[in-house]
Design a binder for this molecule. Structure first.
Ligand code: GDD
Length: 328
């Protein structure tokens, strides 16, 4: 069997770390691009980096930067990946209103740089682009599918829409094997601490241990389609194993409000959430997407993917993980 070589941008993120584990288990050689400034210690792949059987054997890290096309091209030449998973970039929607230029450069232009590199390479590469439900923003239909018109409601969503369209154009114009994974929110104990689910899970655990006294949030009525990150990285991999490249919505088809997440999280630690949760308008966003919920029929039928577990199990798992972390 031909050697499977994956190159991952964003390898130290939630998705990058789960994807790396999945690919290593499946016999891949995995190369990750990391920034010079990335704090490798304590990162989500630290356990793999410390594993002498893995690090520098089947897992390799390369210094690079999404803004630096020359270095990316050099890494590409050296690694000669058969699959590229492009996951990196500033991914906080709220923050994208404060730093729109760098967000758009990372989420939009960097994808173009990588598409150009892939286009120039003699050896064909299968390219996964991490698109997002944020491309739909104020969607005109519910649930959204692969053909729902893009109507982003944030700089981040706009940059992702740009990159998603470019990926389609490169697929159509140059025959590149490029897939857009239009992923809805996906969570896990490895989620960044400034995303709402992790923030809530962490606070519930800390309050229950007497380490914090409150949790300050923005809009409690926002609703999201929340799935499990491990299921979603499997979807990424499945897309690149199919005979033809395509775009897929990856979602549970179910929505819950931030308030419901809070209620479920505080129930895990047996605390009345109303006593601890406060609202601070500085966490509200200038605009919120209207009603994001995905229809994953296409990936179910074509690739046999389906989400596992329930919303309640996801919340439970995240809070338990925080409690365990605190107990050391
Ligand atoms: N982060 C955050 N912090 N969000 C809050 C807070 C808070 O204190 N209070 C309320 N929210 C609300 C936000 O306004 C939003 O409506 C919802 O909680 C979810 O926010 P996030 O967890 O930050 O995720 P997101 O939906 O904006 O974006 C995530 O999912 C997208 C779709 O997969 C990110 O992972 C994106 O990168 C991703 O593309």
């Amino acid at each position: 069997m031909a050697e499977k070589i994956a190159l991952i941008t964003g390898i130290t993120g939630q998705d990058g770390s789960y994807l790396t584990e999945l690919l290593l288990e499946s016999g891949y050689t995995v190369h990750g691009v990391v920034r010079r400034t990335s704090n490798l210690l304590r990162s989500r792949i630290e356990h793999l980096r410390r594993d002498k059987k893995v690090y520098d054997k089947s897992l390799f890290l390369h210094y690079g930067d999404l803004a630096d096309a020359t270095t990316l091209r050099r890494i590409f030449r050296e690694v000669r990946p058969t699959e590229l998973y492009h996951l990196a970039g500033q991914s906080h929607v709220g923050l994208s209103f404060e730093i729109p230029e760098s967000t758009c450069d990372e989420a939009g232009m960097a994808t173009l740089r990588l598409l150009e590199i892939a286009r120039d390479e003699a050896q064909p590469v299968r390219f996964y682009h991490a698109a997002s439900s944020e491309i739909f923003g104020n969607a005109t239909e519910t649930p959204q599918t692969e053909t729902t018109p893009m109507w982003p409601a944030s700089p981040y969503g706009c940059a992702k829409a740009f990159a998603t369209q470019l990926a389609r154009i490169y697929r159509q114009s140059y025959g590149l094997f490029v897939c857009n994974g239009i992923l809805y929110n996906h969570e896990s104990p490895r989620r960044g601490e400034n995303f709402v689910t992790r923030k809530i899970a962490r606070a519930a655990a800390r309050i229950s241990c007497g380490l914090d006294s409150d949790l300050v949030l923005g809009n409690l009525e926002s609703r999201r389609d929340w799935g499990r990150a491990q299921d979603y990285v499997r979807a990424m991999w499945l897309m690149l194993q199919h005979e033809v490249p395509d775009d897929y919505v990856v979602a549970t088809g179910e929505t819950h409000s931030v308030r419901e997440f809070v209620e479920a999280a505080f129930a895990v630690v047996n605390l009345p959430w109303e006593n601890y949760v406060k609202h601070d308008p500085s966490f509200d966003r200038p605009t919120e997407p209207a009603h994001l919920v995905g229809c994953a029929d296409k990936i179910r039928k074509t690739l046999g993917w389906k989400p596992t577990g329930t919303f309640a199990q996801l919340v439970h798992k995240m809070v338990e993980a925080e409690v365990e972390l605190l107990r050391g």
